[in-house]
Design a protein around this ligand. Structure first.
Ligand SMILES: NC(=O)c1ccc[n+]([C@@H]2O[C@H](COP(=O)([O-])OP(=O)(O)OC[C@H]3O[C@@H](n4cnc5c(N)ncnc54)[C@H](O)[C@@H]3O)[C@@H](O)[C@H]2O)c1
Length: 278
């Protein structure tokens, strides 16, 4: 009889795994209203993944959700400020309640001093000794603290779910190379690189992969210096949001199942020659 019980259990497990394979995976993406985040969201949706689109910018959230649904994908918006831990926690849990599961976290929210600009006080790139304390704190909160909040909640949910998962954070080559006049940004992204390695060790036993990607200069639509993106790589062409989204798609897919604790540079060779400033 024990033989029969074992084979019944095995076939139940096989049926469960088969059901999981055909079920749509759910990804929660922060910064999904921005240039790289929205492209990542559209790309994952095209791959059949249900996308929880999150950003502090409500209009940008609606735009990404609309683009995905118009193209036949499944998405829902969650407005959240990543600097507020209860907001991050509530948004991720709301997505899990809506879609029943969480398989992927992609943390894209971030940026250098520009994200700390206020109408009354525009932020600029400055040496640390001259930089406004608010800019320094805000850049670290959005790029690093928000990622820590999101990883805690998503990690807990994935562990409880018991089916593994993928966590992918956005770093920058500045996080490992350092760049003058964006020290707070480099410090936050360096923190991401270290966070990834520690979390990969903590969450590996639960089959959760934790990695980051480190873009070089991407040609953002609001860029002040459009030539910089083509100058600062060996190809002489600008890195696009699609270049970055393709790497995101791979790293959160089953094909990247044995990759963890890594920081993937996607900079067209910029860091090969980086000398502290470009
Ligand atoms: N663009 C580049 O050249 C480049 C290079 C290296 C790394 N990166 C990283 O890629 C990521 C995306 O950059 P991007 O170029 O798409 O920038 P982006 O400004 O287009 O997107 C960033 C998004 O983050 C959101 N955001 C800002 N503060 C937030 C907050 N408090 N709460 C929630 N969301 C918030 C913004 O609303 C925006 O939609 C960032 O982490 C950035 O550091 C970008």
């Amino acid at each position: 009889m024990p033989m029969r019980i074992n084979s019944v259990r095995r076939s139940r497990r096989v049926r469960r795994l088969k059901r999981m394979e055909t079920m749509s995976k759910t990804a929660f993406i922060t910064g999904a209203g921005g240039y790289l985040g929205s492209e990542a969201a559209r790309t994952l949706a095209r791959a059949g993944i249900t996308v929880a689109v999150s950003d502090v910018n409500e209009a940008a959230v609606s735009k990404t959700v609309e683009q995905i649904t118009r193209a036949g994908g499944t998405a829902k918006g969650y407005v959240a400020d990543v600097t507020k831990q209860p907001d991050v926690d509530a948004a991720i849990r709301a997505a899990v309640s809506d879609f029943g599961r969480l398989d992927i976290l992609v943390y894209v929210a971030g940026g250098s001093a520009r994200i700390a600009s206020r109408p009354e006080k525009p932020a600029s790139y400055l040496p640390l000794i001259d930089q406004d304390l608010y800019v320094i704190e805000h850049v670290i909160e959005v790029n690093l603290m928000g990622a820590i909040y999101a990883c805690r909640t998503a990690g807990k949910i994935m562990v409880e779910q018991g089916e593994g998962g993928k966590i992918l954070l956005f770093s920058s080559i500045v996080g490992s190379e350092g760049l003058a006049n964006v020290a707070e940004y480099g410090a936050a992204k360096g923190g991401i690189n270290s966070l990834v390695r520690a979390l990969a060790k903590e969450l590996g036993p639960y089959q959760i992969n934790v990695n980051s990607i480190a873009p070089g200069v991407v040609n953002r639509p609001d860029s002040q210096d459009i030539d910089r993106a083509t100058r600062t790589n060996v190809f002489g062409r600008a890195c696009t949001a699609a270049d970055v989204a393709n790497l995101v798609e791979f790293l959160v897919s089953d094909k990247a199942g044995f990759i963890t604790g890594q920081n993937y540079i996607i900079d067209g060779g910029r860091s090969i020659a980086m000398k502290g400033s470009d």
